[in-house]
Write a protein of this length. Structure first.
Length: 323
């Protein structure tokens, strides 16, 4: 298998939060290249200066990097999108700019090069019993009776190839009914909210902390002939942004979905309950198995009853409703 090296530019202070975000995505194998640690080593070991290679010194001068590797296939490239998404969220939370620029370098390729090159790995995917995800640049080889979701993901997370997204879509197939309202927390490419509309939902509202997600979601909605009067996308933090909260509270939602990471789902649990109808469901995914008990505990503490727990590889999805 081929691998893609991902370098994240940060600072010494940013190593821990960046590494934590990667762990939340199921990434445990990382390399750290920290200029400050290297300087401290040289300062404390002057007797070894003659043995330090000049090339190594030049290499360590510059920004701190956290490095990891993702597989060079559809799943790996979906994971790469989720890395970009979680770094964007971390950057918005870093008011004092302690964590550096939090940008990604991918084997020395530019983002545009990567965005174009990865298309060769992304082909139509059948999910559950009703859905087919089809990249816009491909034609179907034969007719299908599935609901077809056309997508150009750009640089926002969510193409349907990742297990966490598939688990959510399978749950949506069960719970989306005509005339219901759906709320998508952490919408990325808009895949879950747009599919909900294609399945018959009356209205969908989507939110993401990454401003780029707004344009991507609207563009994907247009690709699928979604009426803009039925679909609203916002950028912001639903936990802290009062303007977003005001917009969201204009409706109660029969289905709320959050395909993010464990810590964010835990933070969203009180908000999800606030915006749900009494008989609504909260679909959660993006939870690595090590954190499943933590999420379950907080959901139950917030008055939710777990209806189903599904697992695919190292990823868990939970569907719950108010007790």
């Amino acid at each position: 298998m081929d691998w893609i090296k991902v370098s994240i530019f940060t600072t010494s202070q940013g190593i821990e939060p960046v590494s934590g975000r990667l762990y939340q995505l199921g990434i445990s194998g990382i390399e750290i290249e920290d200029e400050q640690d290297f300087k401290n080593f040289l300062k404390e070991n002057k007797q070894y200066w003659d043995y330090v290679d000049d090339d190594l010194v030049r290499k360590m001068e510059g920004e701190t990097k956290v490095k990891t590797y993702v597989s060079d296939d559809t799943e790996g490239r979906e994971l790469l999108l989720s890395i970009k998404s979680t770094l964007s969220e971390l950057k918005k939370l870093d008011d004092s700019n302690e964590y550096g620029r939090l940008e990604i370098e991918i084997d020395s390729m530019t983002e545009q090069d990567w965005a174009n090159n990865w298309r060769q790995y992304f082909h139509p995917i059948e999910i559950g019993e009703k859905i087919m995800i089809k990249p816009e640049w491909e034609d179907l080889k034969e007719p299908t009776d599935r609901v077809v979701f056309n997508i150009e993901p750009g640089m926002s997370f969510g193409t349907g190839s990742h297990y966490t997204t598939q688990l959510c879509i399978e749950a949506l197939e069960k719970y989306i009914k005509p005339d219901i309202k759906m709320l998508d927390l952490g919408c990325g490419s808009g895949i879950l909210s747009i599919i909900s509309l294609l399945l018959g939902a009356e209205k969908a509202v989507a939110i993401d902390i990454d401003p780029n997600a707004v344009d991507t979601a609207y563009q994907n909605a247009d690709r699928n002939n979604i009426d803009r009067s039925k679909y609203k996308v916002f950028s912001g933090n639903i936990v802290t942004d009062t303007d977003i909260q005001t917009e969201i509270s204009k409706n109660k939602y029969e289905v709320i979905a959050a395909n993010i990471v464990a810590d964010v789902i835990i933070a969203l649990a009180p908000a999800a309950k606030k915006y749900m109808t009494d008989d609504g469901v909260f679909i959660t995914s993006g939870i690595i198995t090590d954190r499943a008990d933590d999420v379950k505990k907080v959901l139950e503490e917030n008055g939710f009853e777990i209806i189903t727990v599904n697992q695919r590889k190292d990823w868990v999805s939970m569907v719950c409703r108010q007790k």
